[in-house]
Design a protein. Structure first.
Length: 185
């Protein structure tokens, strides 16, 4: 039972790192990235559909995204969805595909985005610490119910702490990589 608690805590801590990576994909680094359009949906035959299911999204150049719809009638809907999104990009429609040019970031904007990355990383660390607290509380309840001994409790708390340290180290590495990407011209 106690090992299941630790395994569950480790899995939840890993999910915090994965969530951070997904969140950081949405931060533009001045380079084209297919992940920028993951949250954009367009109306297609009455249903909101993700762009990656309606079109081929490619990166022909370092700062250009090329969106080619599978159905040419969806071109206008895709263009309107991009305008309505929070990307702040202006699509260029040539009749068969849409080009999105990612503007070069200023140094000031890069530093701002680096601060955002640090904030997201801190949120992920808070989530990991919450998982640690929940796991330790559950272990203490088991100890009070005489399901585990006090020595086992200390050993298990150490294991939870080691898992927490590993998760925090992973989050720091993810954040550092994204900051490096942002601050590199």
């Amino acid at each position: 039972m106690a090992n299941a608690i630790i395994t569950d805590a480790q899995a939840r801590m890993e999910k915090a790192g994965e969530a951070l990576q997904r969140e950081l994909q949405n931060i533009r680094a001045g380079r084209a990235n297919v992940g920028l359009l993951n949250r954009v949906e367009a109306e297609y035959y009455g249903a909101m559909t993700p762009l990656n299911q309606m079109a081929s999204i490619q990166v022909p150049e370092a700062r250009v995204l090329l969106i080619t719809p599978y159905d040419k009638s969806a071109l206008d809907a895709i263009e309107h969805a991009i305008y309505a999104s929070d990307l702040g990009l202006t699509p260029s429609n040539d009749g068969t595909s849409i080009r999105l040019v990612i503007p070069q970031l200023t140094e000031e904007r890069r530093k701002e985005l680096a601060k955002d990355v640090k904030g997201e990383a801190e949120n992920a660390k808070v989530a990991v610490r919450n998982v640690r607290r929940d796991a330790i509380d559950t272990l203490k309840k088991q100890q009070k119910a005489n399901e585990i001994t006090e020595d086992d409790l200390h050993d298990l708390e150490d294991q939870v702490q080691k898992a927490t340290d590993a998760a925090v180290k992973n989050i720091d590495a993810i954040a550092k990589d994204k900051e490096q990407e942002l601050l590199t011209i």
